[in-house]
Design a protein around this ligand. Structure first.
Ligand code: NAD
Ligand code: LMR
Length: 333
């Protein structure tokens, strides 16, 4: 019995994500919350012949509290998306407050839920959720995840394209580490399950890294003012949610890159911090998942010189993003 909840369920990501969660046979209850349109989205999804009972809620009459009651997994794609010319950080002004308020609802109505944060800027919104939970005395770092799966999905697809066989994309696995914005997105292509062609030039390698780092911009540009990635994000979010649900249900050997608080690791992420040469509180890397959420946070493993340089370049922006999120709650202006 798994109750999944989507906060921001009527949006560009929220609707297809809710559809994919409704199609997941392990989910028995699906709660949808948004400031608009959830009764219609829920009515529509409720006709699909899969097990999940679907109910939609709006803010009046304690809708947030009602949707979160008994939630096991809460996915948050609420907030505004980018338009051309904007960075993810430009979304902070609006999305920080939205995420803070939703996290407050979770802290009071579903303090034990696993929380999957999609709303951008992820590098800052995840620390916001953590700080809110800490304020309420219910923070469990094992249960909080920044969803970076879209970077992983893009890396798989773009590597399969370079290998000339898109049918490989489902099986190509590339760890993408760091964070979720521009240079903080670091694909470890040397660890790809499917090695890159031996004759790939340095220019081609660098172009591939750039495409993975700035894949979001490609979609923002193509949508030309109508938003950012929604369908690929819904796919990625549903993939990550499905993995987590399998792991909390007892399946062994489930792992995925995700942006987590390093204190979730049994050893406090010390080995990873040592590798990074930096005392960061959050980082995205391959995380082993288990019944409690985070079971173990993996280190980066062996890197090429180019990858070491990419990791180094990611750290300053990541540290600033994290601090921005923490300060928003810890010392609000
Ligand atoms: P959207 O505007 O289509 O949908 C957002 C939804 O959030 C809307 O339905 C809106 O009504 C709702 N919302 C706003 N305030 C709310 C509140 N207080 N409570 C509940 N719902 C609320 O946007 P989208 O394209 O779905 O993108 C949503 C967010 O996801 C953006 O911040 C975007 O940048 C981010 N995103 C993240 C990733 C990632 O890889 N993590 C990928 C794509 C998009
Ligand atoms: C993405 O990577 O597609 C998302 O973070 C949305 C964006 O703003 O690019």
């Amino acid at each position: 019995m798994v109750k999944a909840v989507v906060l921001g369920a009527a949006g560009g990501i929220g609707q297809p994500l809710s559809l994919l969660l409704k199609a997941n046979p392990l989910i028995t209850e699906l709660g949808l919350f948004d400031i608009v349109n959830t009764p219609g989205v829920a009515a529509d999804l409720s006709h699909i012949s899969t097990p999940a009972k679907v109910v939609g809620y709006l803010p009046p009459d304690d809708g947030l509290k009602k949707v979160l009651t008994n939630a096991d997994v809460v996915v948050i794609p609420a907030g505004v998306p980018r338009k051309p010319g904007m960075t993810r950080d430009d979304l902070f002004k609006i999305n920080a407050g939205i995420v803070r308020d939703l996290a407050t609802g979770i802290a009071t109505a579903a303090p034990k839920a696993f929380i999957l944060v999609i709303s951008n800027p992820v590098n800052s919104t995840v620390p916001i959720v953590a700080e809110v939970l800490k304020k309420h005395g219910v923070f469990d770092p094992k249960r909080l995840f920044g969803v970076t799966t879209l970077d992983v999905v893009r890396a798989s697809t773009f590597v399969a394209e370079i290998l000339g066989d898109l049918s490989l994309s489902k099986s190509v696995a590339v760890p993408v580490v760091g964070g979720h914005s521009g240079v903080t997105i670091v694909p470890l292509l040397s660890q790809s399950s499917h090695p890159l062609p031996a004759n790939l030039t340095t220019d081609q390698y660098e172009a591939l890294v750039k495409r993975i780092q700035f894949g979001g911009d490609e979609v923002v540009k193509a949508k030309d003012g109508a938003g950012s990635a929604t369908l690929s994000m819904a796919y990625a979010g549903a993939e990550f949610a499905a993995k987590l649900i399998r792991a909390i249900g007892g399946e062994k050997g489930v792992s995925a890159p995700t942006f987590v608080n390093l204190s979730a690791d049994p050893s406090g992420g010390e080995a990873l911090k040592k590798e990074l040469g930096q005392d960061l509180d959050y980082f995205s890397t391959v995380v082993e998942l288990g019944p409690e959420g985070v079971a173990k946070i993996n280190t980066l493993g062996s890197l090429t010189d180019a990858e070491t340089a990419l990791v180094k370049a990611a750290i300053p922006e990541l540290a600033t993003n994290i601090q921005t999120g923490v300060s928003f709650i810890a010392s609000p202006k």
